[in-house]
Design a protein around this ligand. Structure first.
Ligand code: FAD
Length: 689
């Protein structure tokens, strides 16, 4: 053999090894919080980790936005507290499963999978999906499992990932021990779906494993250690340890900060400009241009921007008051069980943990109320809490429909008596970790290579029943930035009148001069590569965001000779809807695009809240244009839908079914089949939330 052959074979083996161990290698190279990532106690061999750590139950999750992880952890915590099981709860991304069938006989596996896009597994679970696809019949015959899926029934392939997992597991001979749970976010019932699945699953597990239920109350998974001095390397809410010790930040030869950037290592991007898009007294929508030129991060038109928020001063204060916490207390956490990952970096202060790491103001679960019973400040409150936590209908009436957050409801129940008995560790372990919010990028990666635009409607609704405004964490932060960045004097009444104020300087003043921790999440929402194909875009409200990017892409291509003959460009038809003229997004821009793209770009606009006028929605306009739509589809057209998943996407689907059935003289079932096939082939693409 020639030496060159040996080198070539060596290179192939090296590439194969690098590929095989890519996650581990990436973790080693890029892990910024290695000392908190004790999860799994080391190693990728799942059976080995179970044996080494004396575990007798395995919970595996695949998560895209963190919800599946939250539920997997809640489930694990209950298995430990209620039944004294010794649980390993881990992300499938971090393990190999070749030895899954070699788990000790009595170990049951509970899977939690969220579904992403068109029935896909979350990015981190793709390896597990492939493993199941390749698993031979009978190769998992020792495995007994339960499965909980998190999905949204607006999507064609509702809970597609968990259904595929069920199919793969049963085909490989694994034995299902309780009915699959299918949470439906479209109905807003994820939590109740989980609770009923859990009850049924616990009953089966009790029978199968002969479990005895104990009610010893809260058992912490961590030890808390109070410090009297803040160590220099302590966390003050930094989204990554790299921002505590800047020597860990790597730059390329052009001086650009190197990624990969993610929610655990976002780029602190300057907000170059921001402006209000609505011309309304009671609603706001923020256009923001975020500069990523200092990083090696890039994006493509149609991608999403992840923004890592922090909680408002008002919400932090209310939380501290409700639970009588000392905001300045410095503490560190240590895992009691070496396989438990720390929820956030410590040492840190109570205030930093609340502001930057805990999701303190969103909707709450009935389960947290039942866990809080033991800490109620008095007997009367205890009884009220117990009743509320057990009665699904009462909870819906008193909490969910009133949109109360944890502090709101606890203070209502106790008649404003504080909840000083609740251990801080309980709050850390029972309140979900703050998650990034995603925004469909509204710029074009051709014309704005390093300036990511987002278009975010501010969530701030008066709650007539409670007199407390229901606010969104991130969008109010964006509005604060927009107002501060554009204020002309220090006494801008709009800033003082805001319901929510934020610490815009952030931990260690890292966010000063208007910076936001962001990262790009790749999507598959893409214009057809062949510009001659017609394009039908349906995007009311902020659903228009990616279509602004699409049209700017086409404008760039035409203006820069990439599309030499405008006549060859396919027709681009945009259906847009807003309440009225005051919230008509980017009103001044569209005519400019039309003048460059000429008749190749047409926008059909409707409004749903003009006094004394019939409400018209995009789905109505689609029906009006059914002839043209059919023609464009016959010419090989693509359909893109973006925006509200609950009302709009379902309405649009119904209109498309009607257009196809009537236009082609076929049944509704046949039209549904055509639309399904178009989704599978990518000629219909959805970006709905
Ligand atoms: P959150 O704090 O997450 O609150 C969410 C909602 O719950 C709000 O309406 C809030 O008022 C309400 N709420 C708050 N507290 C409670 C409570 N206690 N009980 C009940 N309800 C409560 N949005 C856009 O504006 N533009 C986009 O381009 C866009 N693109 C997206 C793309 C993707 C892929 C996804 C997944 C979402 C997208 N979104 C977009 C939605 C966006 O990610 C956020 O969900 C939205 O901006 C609200 O975030 P927030 O942090 O302000 O609100």
């Amino acid at each position: 053999m020639h030496s060159s052959d040996i080198i070539a074979i060596g290179a192939v083996i090296l590439v194969a090894l690098l590929y095989h161990y890519k996650n581990t290698i990436l973790e080693i190279i890029f892990s910024d919080d290695s000392d908190i990532s004790v999860e799994g106690g080391g190693g990728r061999d799942i059976a080995q980790v179970i044996r080494d750590n004396n575990k007798n139950y395995l919970v595996l999750y695949g998560t895209q936005t963190g919800t599946a992880e939250d539920y997997a952890k809640r489930f694990s915590k209950e298995l430990v507290n209620k039944f004294g099981l010794n649980v390993l709860c881990v992300d499938v991304e971090n393990y190999d499963f070749d030895t899954l069938n070699e788990l000790p006989e009595d170990v049951i596996v509970s899977f939690f999978f969220s579904t992403y896009g068109e029935g896909e597994f979350p990015d981190g679970a793709i390896g597990f999906e492939q493993y199941l696809q390749n698993a031979s019949m009978g190769s998992l015959s020792n495995i007994r499992f339960t499965l909980f899926g998190l999905g949204n029934s607006t999507y064609e392939f509702f809970n597609g990932a968990s259904k595929k997992a069920l199919e793969g597991l049963t085909a490989a001979g694994a034995i299902q021990v309780s009915a699959i749970g299918e949470a439906d976010d479209a109905n807003g019932t994820t939590d109740e779906d989980y609770l009923s699945w859990k009850e049924n699953t616990f009953d089966k597990l009790k029978e199968l494993l002969n479990l005895k239920e104990s009610n010893d109350g809260f058992k912490p998974s961590y030890k808390i250690n109070i410090l009297d001095k803040m160590p220099t390397n302590a966390s003050t809410g930094e989204p990554s340890k790299n921002y505590i010790d800047s020597s860990r930040i790597k730059y390329d030869s052009n001086g650009l900060q190197m990624g990969p950037f993610s929610e655990s290592y976002p780029f602190l991007a300057p907000v170059k400009t921001s402006r209000e898009l609505f011309n309304s007294n009671d609603r706001n929508c923020i256009h923001m241009e975020i500069d990523i030129s200092g990083s090696n991060m890039n994006y493509s038109t149609g991608d999403h921007l992840g923004v890592l928020p922090s909680n408002s001063n008002e919400n932090v204060e209310s939380f501290i008051n409700t639970f009588c916490l000392d905001p300045n207390m410095i503490f560190e956490l240590n895992s009691i069980d070496s396989t438990m990952k720390l929820p956030f970096p410590t040492p840190t202060t109570v205030e930093s943990a609340i502001r930057y790491y805990l999701e303190i103001s969103g909707p709450i679960s009935r389960a947290i109320l039942s866990n809080l019973v033991e800490f109620a400040p008095d007997e009367t409150t205890k009884l009220k809490l117990l009743k509320l936590s057990k009665d699904k209908k009462l909870f819906e009436k008193e909490v969910t429909s009133k949109k109360l957050n944890l502090c709101d409801i606890l203070m209502v129940l106790s008649g404003k008596v504080k909840w000083g008995n609740v251990p801080f560790l309980f709050l850390i372990e029972n309140i979900p970790h703050i998650q990034p919010r995603y925004y469909s990028i509204s710029s074009s990666s051709n014309s704005e290579k390093t300036l990511v635009n987002i278009t975010a409607v501010v969530e701030d609704m008066p709650n007539i029943e409670t007199n407390i405004n229901v606010t969104g964490v991130t969008t109010n932060l964006l509005r604060n930035i927009q107002l501060e960045q554009n204020k002309t004097d220090t006494t801008d009444a709009r800033i003082n009148n805001l319901n929510q104020h934020y610490d815009l300087d952030g931990p260690r003043s890292l966010y000063s001069n208007f910076k936001l921790p962001v990262f790009v999440r790749k999507s598959t929402f893409r214009l057809p590569a062949n510009y001659q194909k017609p394009v039908i875009m349906i995007g009311p409200g902020t659903g228009v965001a990616p279509f602004r990017g699409f049209i700017r892409d086409r404008v760039y291509e035409v203006s820069n000779g990439k599309i030499p003959d405008l006549n060859s460009l396919g027709k681009h038809l945009l259906f847009y809807g807003s309440r009225n003229e005051s919230d008509h997004l980017y009103q001044e821009e569209w005519p400019k695009y039309s003048s460059i793209l000429n008749k190749k770009f047409e926008m059909i606009v409707c409004h749903s809240r003009i006094p004394n006028t019939k409400k018209v929605y995009v789905q109505d306009k689609l029906l009006e244009y059914s002839k043209e739509i059919l023609q464009l589809l016959n010419d090989g057209g693509y359909i893109y839908i973006c925006g509200d998943a609950k009302g709009m996407a379902k309405g649009v689907h119904a209109s498309l079914v009607q257009i196809l059935s009537q236009g082609k003289g076929i049944s509704e079932e046949e039209s549904n089949e055509i639309l399904k096939a178009m989704k599978l082939s990518g000629t219909i693409q959805e970006d709905v939330w």
